[in-house]
Write a protein of this length. Structure first.
Length: 266
C-alpha cells in the first residue's frame, strides 16, 4: 500500500506548488530511471508491447508516456465506428441532461463549465458521454475515436486535483475545474464529437501531437505526462453504443470498438 501511494503521487500532481515542482523535476530527471523496473513490476505492465526495451527509457516520465509496438492495439476499419481513445477504465457512460449536466460519483457536473464555449456546449445537451479513467499502469497516449477532422481546440482551467476515484468523490469538481484541453472533431457525416482531456496540472501534463486537419480512427492526437481522464461528448441521437450505458468500470483498450455513429437518414 505504501509503494502504491508513492507511485500514485508520482503521476497525480496537486495544487501545492512546492510539492508539484519537486515531483515534476524528479520524474523528468535521469535519477528517476532507477524506479522504472520497479514501477513496471509493481503495476504488471506488459513489457512485450512496449516500443522500447525498459532500459532505453531515461526517466520515469519517458516510461509513463511510452509508445507501443506497431499493431499492439488493432483498430476496426468499418465506417462510422467509435473506438476507445485510450487504455483504461470506462468509468461511467450515460446521457447529458437537457439542463447540461451529467452525474459522476455522486456529483452533478456542469457541461457549460467544463466546455466553456456556449455555442459548443449547447450542441451536446441531451447527448451521450463516456468517461475514461487512466491509472498509473495504463498506456497514456490518446488516439482519435473516429475518422474525420479537427474543427477546433482550446484550453481551460489552471490548477488540478487528482482525478482518481477519491478525487472524483471528494475533490473540487475536478472534471470541470482542472486544467483541460478540449478538442472538437467532425466525422465523415458532419456529426460533431468533443474530447475533453483533463490534466494533472497545467499545460505540461497534456501534450497535443496532432493539432489540426484530418484524422484517422486510432491515430495519435495527444499524450499525458501525468495520469488523468478523458471524456467523450456526443450530440443527441447520433450514436449507438455497443456497451451497456448503465454498466460502470469496464476495462477497455485503445482501439476497441465501443459504438458507432448513426446514419443521418435514420
Amino acid at each position: 500500500m505504501i509503494k502504491q501511494r508513492f507511485y500514485q503521487s508520482l503521476v497525480e500532481l496537486t495544487q501545492n506548488p512546492l510539492y508539484t515542482k519537486i515531483l515534476r523535476m524528479f520524474t523528468a530527471s535521469k535519477l528517476s530511471r532507477i524506479l522504472n523496473s520497479s514501477f513496471v513490476d509493481f503495476y504488471k505492465i506488459n513489457k512485450e508491447e512496449m516500443e522500447l526495451d525498459i532500459k532505453e527509457y531515461k526517466t520515469i516520465n519517458e516510461l509513463f508516456a511510452r509508445k507501443l509496438k506497431e499493431g499492439s492495439r488493432p483498430v476496426a476499419s468499418e465506417k462510422g465506428i467509435i473506438a476507445s481513445p485510450v487504455d483504461g477504465v470506462l468509468s461511467k457512460a450515460g446521457i447529458i441532461t437537457e439542463d447540461a449536466a451529467f452525474h459522476v460519483k455522486g456529483k452533478d457536473y456542469s457541461l457549460s463549465k467544463m466546455v466553456g464555449l456556449e455555442n459548443t456546449w449547447k450542441r451536446y445537451t441531451g447527448g451521450h458521454y463516456m468517461l475514461f479513467y487512466l491509472s498509473p499502469k495504463d498506456y497514456h497516449r490518446i488516439h482519435s475515436p473516429l475518422n474525420g477532422f479537427i474543427t477546433k481546440r482550446w484550453a481551460l482551467g489552471k490548477y488540478s486535483d487528482p482525478v482518481n476515484q477519491l478525487g472524483l468523490m471528494f475533490g473540487k469538481d475536478p472534471l470541470s475545474n482542472n486544467y483541460r484541453i478540449i478538442t472538437e472533431f467532425e466525422n465523415e457525416n458532419n456529426v460533431r464529437m468533443a474530447m475533453v482531456k483533463i490534466g494533472a496540472l497545467n499545460v505540461n501534463s497534456i501534450h497535443p501531437t496532432h493539432l489540426e486537419g484530418d484524422v484517422k480512427t486510432g491515430q495519435e492526437v495527444a499524450y499525458f505526462s501525468f495520469g488523468s481522464t478523458v471524456i467523450l461528448l456526443f450530440e443527441a441521437d447520433t450514436v449507438e453504443p455497443l456497451t451497456d450505458w448503465n454498466e460502470e468500470n469496464v476495462i477497455v483498450k485503445q482501439g476497441q470498438t465501443l459504438g458507432r455513429f448513426r446514419e443521418r437518414d435514420q
